[in-house]
Design a protein around this ligand. Structure first.
Ligand code: ADP
Ligand code: MG
Length: 370
């Protein structure tokens, strides 16, 4: 999408800086980032695109195509108003706190990463703003620092207690590669994806909210607290301190803590096994690990939904698909599947059709891109 006409129509002058970053899909390693564990995200074709120009005053004025509105505030006077503008306020606040010198700017944003679907529209938005401002104001800041500030922004003014995976993936990810990140050390390594593999991403049509405002215990915030409690009960600082050999001890915990801890421990092991299988080009094995991961997320971590379980089930009996699992925080969102190269579209459409007919939901095939 060419945003320049919209930029000029909105601000009556040309833009000077373009920035962009992709959404991401996590192949495996879910709810492990905030437990100092392992994750394996890869960029998706959909991206957040933004145009910027500097202003003479200290105002931030931004138009969002998706929100169909323009909004603004003065730098240094960021206050949460519980709208999408909080993401912009949050990242300018964190940049300033980190000592970066900002001035006012105009911006337009458009993203084809579906919002609220577990594909990180929020992180790609934050990272794109930060990368745009880096160019606009010559900020000395690395891609890793941008990821960290984006996380601080989401944790801070936005008020969503997210881990660092999304921001790292959106800031550092490269097409055709997955990023193995260890959140204990923040070390990361690129894993080349097999040429024979195609990713299929199906959005279930169910959206979520990570901010934890929804009532009850089926939300992201509660899962984090449950992990903290599990650590207390087990006498460890982090679930990363535990290994498969500790599972017997973990099973003795009361519900729901046993399941929560078991998911995290087994999921870390599955990430390493998936990396080995990807490096060996063994799609069959990757697929098995996807299915096992999904069962763990659904039964032990309780972040799936009946609709999402159904997609995974349908995938299991669809020709050409090796494995499927819920990706992202859960409570709706998308399913990621592995297929043979060039089989992805046909197989993905077959799963989508059966799911739509059974549930009446409006799913969307996000990858392979049309
Ligand atoms: P996810 O990251 O899984 O897409 P989140 O709930 O974390 O879901 O973030 C979605 C929120 O991010 C949106 O509700 C909106 O506030 C903000 N956002 C993302 N992209 C845009 C955009 N292009 N314009 C305005 N706000 C956006
Ligand atoms: Mg998000």
């Amino acid at each position: 999408m060419n945003l320049e006409p919209l930029f000029q129509q909105t601000f009556h002058s040309a833009s000077t800086v373009h920035a962009s970053s992709p959404g991401r899909v996590n192949l495996i390693g879910e709810h492990t980032d905030y437990n100092e564990g392992l994750v394996l995200p890869t960029p998706i074709p959909q991206r957040c695109e933004m145009l910027f120009s500097p202003r003479a005053d200290d105002r931030v004025e931004i138009h969002s195509v998706q929100m169909q509105t323009r909004a603004g505030y003065a730098l240094g006077a960021e206050i949460a108003d519980h709208t999408w503008l909080d993401y912009v306020q949050a990242i300018t606040q964190e940049l300033q706190r980190a000592g970066h010198n900002l001035r006012g700017f105009n911006a337009v944003v458009s993203s084809d990463v579906p919002l609220g679907s577990g594909l990180s529209s929020s992180a790609s938005f934050l990272v794109t703003i930060a990368k745009g401002l880096r160019k606009l104001f010559d900020l000395e800041i690395t891609d890793v620092q941008i990821a960290q500030l984006a996380q601080a922004a989401e944790n801070g003014l936005v008020g969503a207690r997210v881990g660092l995976m999304d921001q790292m993936a959106c800031s550092l990810g490269k097409a055709g590669e997955a990023l193995l990140i260890d959140f204990r050390t923040l070390e990361y390594r690129s894993i080349k994806l097999p040429e024979t593999m195609e990713l299929v991403i199906l959005h279930s049509g169910l959206t979520h909210s990570l901010a934890g405002h929804e009532a009850g215990t089926r939300n992201y915030k509660t899962r984090r607290l449950e992990c903290e409690r599990a650590c207390e009960l087990l006498g460890v600082a982090s679930l990363r301190d535990l290994e498969l050999a500790d599972l017997e001890r973990v099973a003795a915990l009361p519900a729901p803590f046993a399941g929560r801890a078991r998911h995290v421990i087994t999921e870390n092991a599955r990430v390493l096994e998936t990396v080995a299988a990807l490096e060996a080009g063994d799609l069959q094995r990757v697929g098995e690990l996807f299915y096992t991961s999904h069962v763990s997320m659904s039964a032990d971590y309780d972040v799936s939904e009946p609709e999402i379980d159904l997609i995974v089930q349908i995938a299991g009996r669809t020709a050409g698909i090796y494995g499927a699992r819920l990706t992202g925080g859960g409570f709706g969102g998308s399913v990621v599947m592995i297929a043979d190269k060039s089989q992805g579209r046909v197989a993905g459409e077959a799963v989508m059709l059966e799911y739509a007919q059974t549930t009446g939901q409006s799913p969307r095939l996000l990858s392979p891109a049309v």
